[in-house]
Design a protein around this ligand. Structure first.
Ligand code: NI
Length: 261
């Protein structure tokens, strides 16, 4: 059994899957991917995401506003905690800092990041953190706001072992996406070799960032399998072992039971 710990099911083009989410989930299940976390990126589309995924107990949700979102409602602790109490919501995010997309909104990004951390602490739920070109500020704000109390995951990891080590100290997990399979991803691959097994996660970030050999195509959760296979080869471990540890980590971090109900 494999878990896609980070995807955006409401952004996947459903046409190639028979027009429904069921087709996406069938393709995933055919590859052993039977649990998924569909991550929110704004508040406006959250009710539709909740409706789309409601029939499927294997799908968990988060609530949050992506740092690169331009329009839309600003997150508040009140709104995030209200939505975050829904039983299927297991995390707060994705949040974080992206100075590659939106350096001009860095102040707002930092404010929003602090709001998410406060909401996560109030809910007692972990954080899903996106970070790009913002290493020091990300680590500093996580520390200043006491994020270690709830922990979480640095998702779609694109940094190096030095950054991973500091995130691990802050009680965070490290999640690898298709980017780890890219040829030029040597520092990311090095980190994937060294992250302790009990902090390791895998994800697709679908519909983005399809892994080799599907690079450039629209991604979907079934393709967390080639990501896991690649990480297994890097670590000299079997796919079965990587599947078992990343599944156990997912269930533990997000407070889920082994049987989706
Ligand atoms: Ni994402």
């Amino acid at each position: 059994m494999l878990v896609d710990s980070h995807c955006h099911l409401d952004r996947i083009e459903l046409g190639p899957f028979g027009g429904g989410l069921a087709g996406v989930l069938d393709a995933a299940a055919a590859n052993g991917v039977t649990r998924l976390l569909s991550v929110a990126v704004d508040l406006e589309s959250w009710p539709a995401l909740a409706r789309l995924t409601e029939p499927y107990p294997q799908i968990a949700l988060s609530v949050g506003v992506h740092p690169s979102e331009e329009g839309g409602r600003a997150p508040t602790v009140v709104e995030l905690t209200a939505l975050g109490r829904a039983p299927r919501v297991v995390a707060v995010g994705e949040t974080g800092l992206d100075y590659y997309h939106g350096a001009d909104r860095a102040d707002r990004q930092r404010d929003w990041f602090r709001v998410h951390i406060a909401a996560a602490r109030e809910l007692g739920k972990p954080l899903i953190v996106h970070t790009r070109d913002a290493r020091e500020d990300t680590l500093r704000i996580l520390a200043e706001e006491g994020a270690a109390e709830v922990g979480g995951v640095l998702h779609c990891f694109t940094e190096d072992w030095a950054m991973a080590e500091r995130a691990l100290e802050l009680n965070f997990h490290i999640s690898f996406s298709g980017i780890v399979t890219f040829k030029n991803a040597k520092p990311i691959q090095d980190a994937a070799r060294r992250v302790p097994a009990e902090r390791l996660l895998v994800e697709t970030d679908a519909p983005y960032l399809a892994p080799v050999p599907y690079r450039g195509k629209p991604n979907h959760p079934a393709w967390v399998r080639p990501v896991a296979e690649f990480v297994a080869r890097l670590r000299g471990e079997t796919l079965e072992r990587i599947a078992a540890v990343t599944t156990a980590n997912y269930l533990r971090l997000f407070g889920l039971r082994a049987e989706a109900a």
